[in-house]
Design a protein around this ligand. Structure first.
Ligand code: PYC
Length: 325
């Protein structure tokens, strides 16, 4: 062959409610560490150049999220999630994409009709995943997410160029700020995503610029909500200035459930429908609540889009990957 490759990596791509998950199955260097978090840190410290190489253009794009499958000593599987910009502690849509991929490549058997449960160690903790099947096919995937809690209530900020905003922040596997888009007259629609990304970035910057804020309270993403009924809302999570979650965002919606529970608006066992800007949805539920922490579940499904091998050709001037804002 008249071409030579410096890297060749086996992947399975899927989308969960529109948001992509790229599961890495082979071709990556071995990682050191006894826990998934330690292996994630090893990857970040030694191999961070692979993040843009394998997730950014021309092999991926700004919205891409990678799931790197690693050994676990405490769970059936281990994985950590790498977004195109940051390392996530947990990822709801990514876990659903990973579960669908593991089922598709025969890592476990799904019953003709019923549920196959497995545990997954993530940097945020161990979650349980239930893969529901009907007539031999995956019909839905439910994750029992890590415990979630409210961090700050009714914080008032005045980001430059925006009206005063009242927000609460909460942990759902990452830290999210809740912003009532309906009250502000900001519709959530495919045509408004760029505008909401700019607003979300300004809100995140204003929140994180507050003096003395501990790192654990710093907001990673902004969740805009448009409430459509007492237990039904459209969510748009702004992940970066040029990146929003196409799905309703599993961790962001989990954080929202913690806020709604504290406000007395959502009880244990009541279901909540979180809808995305594309009209796809997750069915959410608070399974348990103790000491101001809730344990939510997230149910959705993912669809496989590609089984492929990514390659990096010798001499490619864009081997490192790139993103334009
Ligand atoms: O579904 O939790 C999620 C998520 C986080 C970032 C993108 N999706």
């Amino acid at each position: 062959m008249p071409v030579r490759f410096t890297r060749s990596v086996q992947i399975v791509d899927s989308h969960t409610g529109g948001h992509p998950t790229r599961v890495f199955l082979g071709g990556l260097p071995a990682l050191n560490g006894d826990t998934v978090m330690a292996q994630r840190d090893d990857f970040r410290d030694r191999l961070d150049f692979l993040r843009p190489q394998l997730l950014h253009e021309p092999r991926g794009h700004a919205a891409m999220v990678g799931a790197i499958v690693v050994p676990s000593r405490v769970a059936d599987f281990g994985a950590f999630f790498v977004s195109s910009y940051v390392y996530l502690e947990m990822c709801g849509h990514g876990t659903i994409g990973l579960a669908k991929t593991l089922a598709a490549i025969g890592q476990f058997e799904v019953p003709e009709t019923g549920e196959k449960r497995f545990t997954l160690e993530t940097p945020a903790g161990v979650v349980t995943v239930g893969v529901e099947s009907e007539k031999g096919l995956v019909a839905g995937i439910r994750i029992d997410n890590v415990a979630c809690h409210v961090i700050e209530r009714d914080v008032r900020i005045e980001p430059p160029g925006l009206p005063a905003i009242l927000t609460s922040t909460a942990y759902g596997g990452g830290v999210f700020a809740m912003v009532d888009a309906k009250a502000l007259g900001w519709p959530i629609a495919p045509q408004t995503t760029s505008e909401l990304c700019a607003k979300g970035a300004a809100i995140k910057q204003a929140l994180n610029a507050r003096a003395g804020l501990p790192d654990s309270h710093k907001v990673g993403s902004v969740l805009f909500h448009e409430d459509l009924g007492p237990r039904h809302a459209r969510h748009l999570v702004v992940l970066e200035a040029n990146k929003f979650d196409r799905s309703p965002c599993g961790t962001g919606s989990s954080a929202r459930l913690a806020v709604l529970h504290e406000q007395g608006k959502l009880g244990i066992g009541e279901s909540f429908r979180a809808e995305s800007v594309l009209g796809t949805h997750f069915e959410m539920r608070i399974e348990r609540a103790t000491n101001a922490r809730i344990e939510p579940s997230i149910r959705g499904n993912a669809h496989i889009t590609a089984f492929s091998t990514l390659v990096v050709e010798d001499g490619d001037p864009l081997a490192g990957g790139f993103l334009c804002r």
